[in-house]
Ligand binder design. Structure first.
Ligand SMILES: *[C@@H]1O[C@H](CO)[C@@H](O)[C@H](O)[C@H]1NC(C)=O
Ligand SMILES: *[C@@H]1O[C@H](CO)[C@@H](O)[C@H](O)[C@H]1NC(C)=O
Ligand SMILES: *[C@@H]1O[C@H](CO)[C@@H](O)[C@H](O)[C@H]1NC(C)=O
Length: 367
């Protein structure tokens, strides 16, 4: 295939040399994935293994440029831009991570303008460009991306990941940059216009998986429940109510939720989350932390999210985590937003399918 964009004025020999480098690299990369994750090639989809960092970050490796420079990125269904740190960035968060040197990539093209992206926590500012991105076995050419020249504060300073790869709708892509999954669809690289996510049970470093273009039934049991996307920005859906012990506790007349792999906890509007914390006997301590006595956990109720008429229970083992001797943390977090955020805490329980073809989210009980 002709996947190196032809560059005016480049000698053929140079182009072939670059192509050779990339091909060698790909063989090696493919081989690695093929042996470690043999099951990967059993079904239709293209598999991207995710690392689980203490249940708080799930990330995978991608490569950008020619020759390829490697980065760990969060595959974030709560945003739509791709960015990694730039070598020109002096921020601690950049210096602590792998940084992309654009001058070392013969296929990088600057777009000549700047960008800044705000997240729920943290922000970045940088420059816009495009390059080849290798993810799993995809060769994603002319991918628009941002290189961070500033990552203020400590939010990204000590993360295990270097950057973020957004998987939400183009509508929320800052500067209207074409998101990675859209580019894959435009170039007909995915068999089906959907991807799915399995986040492994607590504290398993390996085993989590993102599958582009496919659904793997070995990751769930029972039926897939399909829920229409209510607004095509985030992966946003309508929730009917939240039930505990047979009673509607909150979200009485319906509410909006997003399914977000980039948020580790389960977040919701402050007053509603505070209600929920009371029901499960969680006591606020300082700095927004909410404690539960670990001994109480076996007697705590399931929290049931009712979505599209279907009940999705979350058992106490899922919504609590041990943080010290006898001390457990509630995994519910209050935010200033009106949206509920069904983060990793929820996705660990429910294999999630993000269907762009039919604009719906599929949820099925994880194995
Ligand atoms: C980036 O790459 C160029 C070209 O190889 C090199 O001259 C420069 O020193 C590199 N910059 C950094 C900060 O490593
Ligand atoms: C882009 O940001 C850099 C700092 O990172 C600044 O020097 C430059 O002037 C900005 N360019 C534009 C077009 O705003
Ligand atoms: C406990 O939960 C809160 C949110 O409720 C979170 O901010 C904090 O980091 C958690 N603490 C630990 C040690 O995980």
């Amino acid at each position: 295939g002709c996947w190196i964009p032809l560059q005016r004025g480049k000698k053929t020999r140079e182009i072939l040399r670059q192509k050779g480098l990339l091909e060698d690299f790909l063989k090696e990369h493919h081989y690695d994935i093929g042996t470690k994750y043999a099951r990967s090639f059993a079904s239709q989809g293209v598999y991207e293994p995710l690392m689980n960092y203490f249940d708080t970050e799930y990330y995978g490796t991608i490569y950008i440029g020619t020759p390829p420079q490697g980065f760990n990125v969060v595959f974030d269904t709560g945003s739509s831009n791709l960015w990694v740190p730039s070598v020109t960035c002096q921020s601690l968060a950049c210096q602590n991570h792998r940084m992309f040197n654009a001058s070392k990539s013969s296929t990088y093209q600057s777009a000549g303008y700047n960008i800044s992206i705000q997240y729920g926590m943290g922000s970045m500012a940088g420059v816009v460009g495009s390059d080849i991105v290798l993810l799993s076995t995809f060769i994603d050419t002319n991918q628009q991306l941002a290189l961070a020249t500033s990552e203020p504060g400590l939010t990204f300073a000590y993360t295990d990941f270097d950057g973020i790869l957004g998987l939400a709708y183009p509508d929320i892509a800052v500067e209207g940059l074409i998101p990675v999954f859209d580019n894959l669809m435009i170039k007909n690289l995915v068999k089906q216009h959907l991807f799915s996510v399995y986040l492994d049970a607590k504290s398993q470093v390996f085993g989590s998986m993102l599958i582009f273009g496919g659904i793997d039934e070995s990751y769930f049991t029972g039926p897939i429940h399909w829920i229409p996307v209510s607004y095509q920005g985030y992966w946003q859906i309508s929730m009917d109510s939240i039930i505990v012990n047979g009673k509607v506790i909150t979200c009485e007349s319906g509410c909006q939720a997003i399914v977000d792999t980039g948020t580790s906890l389960l977040a919701g509007p402050a007053s509603e989350v505070n209600n929920l914390q009371k029901v499960i006997g969680a006591t606020p301590i300082q700095y927004g932390e909410v404690r539960i006595n670990c001994n109480d956990i076996p007697s705590l109720p399931d929290i049931i999210f009712v979505i599209n008429g279907i009940q999705f229970p979350l058992p106490p083992s899922a919504y609590t985590e041990q943080v010290g001797q006898g001390d457990c943390n509630s995994s519910f977090q209050a935010t200033a937003s009106y949206l509920w955020i069904l983060g990793d805490v929820f996705i660990r329980e429910y294999y999630s399918i993000f269907d762009r073809e039919n604009n719906r989210v599929g949820l099925a009980k994880s194995v």
